[in-house]
Design a protein around this ligand. Structure first.
Ligand code: AMP
Length: 424
């Protein structure tokens, strides 16, 4: 199948050619004709499958044919990076049209986003929390919406956005086209989808998530305190090109980035403690090749799309098989080739076994020849777990346990919490 078979506008065909897309990916083959007919979609598609163009192309085509000046499409996405990425993809695809799009997310000023609402840009790509902030004001008018896209819906639910999404749904027109994309379809997602969608075309819903073809996996068993050294060794030899490295926590991301920096590897970091401008600068430096390595946590890395990303390294094994799929999906995107390396400490074997079961195969184990795998005593005298909690706090007068009623409060708040926290 070729793109020329889709009844898309000539401007869109020109963009497709300019972007070098030769053939529609499987999700595009299934989604584009159905969405062009105005059908709702429930699509199970992972990152790297070409899902963004699968919803943008038919929506842009529809938007071109109608009167302008009001926002007619809303895309909801879980993270700032993904929202920015989708808006960028829109600009590339809609380049030959006069259609406009704005990304709306937290961590940056509200002013330019407010102006975009006031102008009535054709498409808003938003993270649910910031969108709700705007909806409390007078400018965010979504009453003319004709298309709604939920991208990475499973991730939005994981991140606790369901109440926000429901509030948005209450105020937007019921008569619209809804395109629902999710890498996985657990029951809360199916329930939400069944409320939102009208007789949807279902795409790939039985497919088990699996990393894109063309990807090779290499597993390096290693004691956890030798991971930094092993990564340095691999970066000096086997791993070449741009490398995205995933850590479990932001403190581990900081420690690893500091270590690589000290050892002469040009490296940046991206995680939840960094401001939006720091994240944007880190990503731009990585994309332009200024930094060979970008160290990231899972949530911060959602939506990162770097062309010709050679390798992904799982410095820490993800807890969930789906996170593995999402991480390694950053490389070998849209049917190119790439390498995924995973450093597995003995205490992570269990989680890694679950990933292998989900993939349906055991992955090859490797040993770096000549590398000293012997554990060294920690110079700082702090355990790995203590170091994960971040820099050691200096004892200070302020932090002495208070007497009286305050001390009860502080003891209470130190008790283990049942609430799920997002330290990433
Ligand atoms: P996505 O899954 O939407 O995040 O897209 C992954 C990457 O694939 C992006 O860099 C797109 O520009 C690229 N892409 C999307 N569709 C195609 C296609 N048909 N052929 C080649 N690359 C594509």
């Amino acid at each position: 199948m070729t793109f020329s078979e889709f009844p898309l506008s000539k401007e869109l065909h020109a963009s497709i050619r300019r972007m070098g897309f030769e053939q529609p990916t499987p999700i595009q083959q299934a989604a584009i004709p159905a969405a062009l007919e105005g059908r709702d979609l429930l699509a199970s598609a992972e990152t790297g499958s070409g899902k963004t163009a699968a919803f943008l192309l038919p929506i842009i085509h529809h938007l071109m044919a109608k009167p302008r000046g009001v926002t007619r499409c809303l895309v909801l996405a879980p993270t700032r990076e993904l929202a920015a990425q989708i808006a960028e993809h829109f600009k590339e695809l809609a380049a030959g049209t006069s259609l406009t799009c704005a990304a709306v997310y937290g961590g940056v000023g509200m002013g330019s986003q407010e102006r975009a609402f006031r102008k009535g840009v054709d498409m808003i790509v938003a993270c649910p929390g910031r969108l709700l902030d705007h909806m409390r004001g007078p400018f965010a008018d979504l009453s003319s919406l004709q298309h709604l896209v939920l991208d990475e819906a499973d991730r939005m639910l994981d991140m606790g956005f369901l109440p926000d999404i429901k509030r948005v749904l209450e105020v937007i027109p019921k008569n619209r086209q809804t395109l629902f994309f999710s890498a996985t379809l657990p029951s809360p997602i199916v329930e939400l989808a069944s409320k939102l969608l009208r007789n949807p075309v279902k795409i790939d819903i039985d497919r088990k998530p699996s990393p894109v073809a063309g990807l090779s996996h290499a597993v390096y068993p290693v004691p956890s305190d030798r991971k930094q050294g092993l990564l340095l060794e691999l970066l000096g030899g086997r791993i070449s090109g741009s490398v995205l490295v995933f850590t479990r926590t932001k403190h581990r991301a900081n420690r690893l980035a500091d270590f690589l920096d000290k050892n002469g590897v040009r490296c940046e970091r991206i995680h939840g403690n960094r401001s939006q401008s720091q994240r944007t600068a880190a990503l731009a430096g990585f994309k332009s090749g200024n930094y060979k390595v970008l160290v990231a946590t899972d949530i911060a890395a959602r939506g990162i799309d770097v062309e010709a990303l050679g390798s992904v390294v799982n410095f820490d094994v993800p807890h969930q098989p789906d996170d593995y799929i999402h991480r390694v999906g950053r490389t070998a995107r849209a049917q190119l080739t790439g390498d995924a390396y995973t450093l597995v400490a003995p205490e992570e074997e269990r989680d890694f076994g679950a990933i292998e079961r989900a993939l349906g195969k055991r992955l090859p184990r490797h040993r770096a020849e000549g590398f000293d795998y012997t554990s060294k005593p920690a110079a700082s005298g702090r355990t790995e777990r203590e170091q994960d909690r971040g820099p050691r706090r200096q004892p200070s007068a302020d932090r002495q346990p208070a007497r009286g009623s305050n001390s009860r409060i502080s003891r209470g708040s130190a008790a283990p919490s049942r609430r799920r926290t997002w330290s990433r």
